[in-house]
Design a protein around this ligand. Structure first.
Ligand code: FAD
Length: 397
């Protein structure tokens, strides 16, 4: 191992806490600086694929994550209105056998708690209620400038999300760009739903210019939903606004009885504009680097944004234990960028797959997918092998 580094991490979301845990596991010391006064997450769920679970295990958060998670038995793509299943990917035991780790559903707050536990256990310090204004190299190291003073370390990691302040410090750092999609998110307590409606699987309901993803959380006590629709612009102030459940229902009206029943039970919802960035030429400059959404924001249509943040953390911790700090950042970026770029493109493509301009187009897509899945079931099951088999604990650096 190289010498023990002190690393300042900006942001205590998935990427920041994962970096702190992974760096600690690799023998380094992380100071995490978070602007929020408490560690909190939106009331929503996350799908964590086997590649993400491998990363959690390596950083010491796997056990706590597994204990709080559910294990879905399948992902199904269904057509709106008819509800017809056009593609089914087995998860459960099949996932573990095929991809070497389980596929999980988790409440975001539970994931954050598991990561915080692993970060603290590895000796990380978490400072809440401090907003970082900028960062830059100082003699022999790097520093962040916060509203409560300066914090120095050997390196600074910007894990400050898609609205990253530190991204603005890098050449080519742009303002976030609206991606043309708005997501309604929320949770429905199971007791508001008829018995039998909650099944242990992810369902993607596909329709014209919109799709809806549903899955249960916390042993079936909650139904998580993400309803995405195309929209020309995002004019609301801020990034998320309280949504009107009646407007959500109107947007997805006539999507079939099951969808109607689920949406009728929604007590409250939030709307999120989905934003991205133009790709950066480099994710780091000197001793300041970006990780997670700050480096490579990804549309949620492949459920890989948090997974990539977890993978980033493991590969970075390994690189910094193999090389000197700036060489480690370079090696990490070389190892991660091709995969992150491929995943960003694949997620955008999924958005186009899930949506159709007109109903007949949806049928043509469904027919093609259904025929493929019947003709070559193993190939169909393996469509995401390249995503789920990736092992950040052994990937070349
Ligand atoms: C609708 C939706 C569904 C999704 N579903 C999935 C899924 O199923 N599976 C999956 O893998 N991914 C999913 N994602 C993606 C995933 O949520 C993100 O990729 C992930 O949360 C990014 O984590 P992050 O830590 O990089 O950023 P963030 O979660 O945005 O965290 C950034 C942190 O930095 C802090 N911060 C920001 N600026 C400052 C500052 N100046 N000073 C101090 N602190 C600061 C913030 O307060 C925050 O705590 C989904 C995303 C969306 C929108």
């Amino acid at each position: 191992m190289t010498r023990r580094l002190q690393i300042v991490v900006v942001g205590a979301g998935v990427a920041g806490l994962a970096c702190a845990a992974a760096l600690g596991r690799a023998g380094h010391f992380a100071v995490v600086v978070e602007q929020a006064p408490a560690l909190a997450e939106v009331g929503a769920g996350l799908q964590l694929s086997p590649n993400a679970v491998r990363a959690l295990d390596w950083m010491g958060a796997g056990e706590a994550a597994r204990a709080a998670a559910s294990r879905p038995e399948a992902t199904e793509l269904r057509l709106h209105r008819s509800g017809r299943v056009v593609y089914r990917m087995a998860l459960g035991r099949t996932a573990e056998t095929r991809w070497g780790a389980p596929y999980l559903h988790m409440h975001r707050a539970d994931l954050l708690r598991a990561l915080e536990g692993a970060a603290r256990a590895s000796g990380a310090e978490i400072r809440l209620g401090q907003r970082v204004e900028r960062a830059g190299d100082v003699r022999g190291g790097a520093a962040v400038y916060t509203d409560a003073g300066v914090i120095e370390g050997d390196l600074v990691l910007g894990a400050d999300g898609v609205r990253s302040v530190l991204r603005g410090n890098l050449p080519g750092g742009s303002k976030p760009l609206f991606a043309g999609h708005v997501a309604w998110r929320g949770l429905v307590p199971a007791e508001r739903l008829p018995a039998g409606l909650l099944s242990p699987r992810t369902t993607v309901w596909m329709g014209p210019r919109r799709h809806l993803v549903t899955y249960p959380l916390r042993e079936g006590r909650l139904l998580n939903f993400v309803a995405v629709e195309e929209q020309e612009s995002w004019t609301a102030e801020g990034w998320s606004t309280p949504g009107d459940p009646a407007a959500l229902r109107a947007s997805f009206a006539d999507w079939g009885e099951e969808v109607d029943t689920m949406l009728a039970a929604v007590p409250e919802t939030f709307r999120w504009g989905l934003f991205g960035h133009r790709p950066l030429r480099r994710w780091s400059q000197g001793r300041v680097a970006l990780v997670g959404d700050a480096a490579h924001p990804t549309l949620p249509f492949l459920a890989q944004g948090a997974a990539m943040a977890l993978e980033d953390a493991v590969v970075l911790a390994r690189a910094l234990s193999t090389f000197e700090p700036t060489a480690g950042l370079e090696a990490w970026e070389r190892a991660r960028k091709p995969r992150a770029t491929r995943l960003q493109k694949a997620a955008a493509r999924n958005g186009r797959r899930f949506h159709a301009r007109i109903a007949p187009e949806q049928w043509v897509k469904a027919l093609a997918l259904g025929t493929f899945a019947r003709a070559a079931p193993d190939l169909a099951q393996g469509l995401n092998d390249w995503v789920y088999r990736y092992d950040p604990t052994a990937a070349p650096i």
